[in-house]
Design a protein. Structure first.
Length: 260
């Protein structure tokens, strides 16, 4: 199924929204609860599945719903359709936390496929397939929980992903890039993704950068977020490891023991 061709605008800087303009009978599919506003004439329907396979059986939809539950997402997705003949209508979506919305034209991505973190998908043109993707690298599962269960977005239309903080795009040319675990928003499928040890034992314990790093190798694009929601929660936690500015490494925690 070919994706619907949708027009869009992204508004805001630190907390962004995407406004999508639908031609008559065009549809956009979004994560449940992400809608900000919709104009009169837009009708929405909650469905089990992304609608990319109209002839999909109930069992197929059930399997897809189960995979979404495994990713920690709602088993339902919301379909927004412009039902007004000969008139364009708009619907807008907001990310669930502060950050950046990135528009990706899947037709320009190798294999029309994008691999993203399991909470990165926001919305996409009808015809886009959203499914689970298991990283085959065992290290990702054992040491970097964010990188084991991923989300696969496939299609030939526009898809919108969101990230925490600022998002940057890097083009790798037969290179290796090491990234803070959890800061990878998405990457092209031909890149090799794994979780590896951060360095020497001394660096792992005293460096404050975590025990493991995400590693991408090969040629292709990768999108990186500056502040993943997991790190934001950690920083805001009143009793977290970063409650005091000096606790960036294990030495900070040891120092607190001697405070009066």
């Amino acid at each position: 199924m070919r994706s619907h061709e949708i027009d869009y605008k992204i508004f805001g800087e630190d907390i962004q929204i995407v406004e999508i303009e639908l031609d008559p009978y065009e549809t956009v599919v979004a994560e449940a609860g992400s809608m900000l506003f919709m104009e009169d004439g837009i009708q929405f329907e909650t469905k089990m599945g992304d609608g990319s396979q109209p002839q999909q059986s109930f069992l197929g939809k059930l399997v897809q719903a189960g995979s979404r539950a495994l990713m920690g997402e709602s088993i339902f997705m919301t379909h927004f359709t412009n039902r007004v003949p000969q008139m364009k209508r708009k619907v807008a979506f907001a990310a669930p936390y502060p950050g950046t919305i990135k528009a990706v034209n899947l037709a320009e991505i190798m294999g029309n496929t994008l691999i993203v973190q399991k909470d990165a998908f926001l919305c996409a043109a009808l015809g886009t397939s959203i499914s689970i993707h298991f990283n085959k690298r065992l290290g990702s599962g054992f040491f970097g929980g964010e990188g084991f269960i991923l989300e696969k977005i496939q299609g030939d239309g526009m898809a919108f992903i969101h990230s925490g903080g600022v998002v940057i795009e890097r083009q790798l040319n037969n290179e290796t890039l090491r990234i803070d675990t959890g800061c990878v928003v998405g990457f092209e499928p031909q890149l090799q993704f794994d979780i590896e040890r951060a360095g020497s034992l001394k660096s792992m314990i005293f460096g404050g950068e975590g025990l493991f790093l995400a590693t991408l190798r090969g040629t292709g694009k990768v999108w990186i977020q500056s502040l993943p929601i997991s790190k934001l929660i950690q920083r805001l936690a009143p009793y977290g490891g970063n409650a005091n500015k000096e606790s960036g490494s294990i030495l900070g925690g040891l120092g607190n023991m001697f405070e009066s």
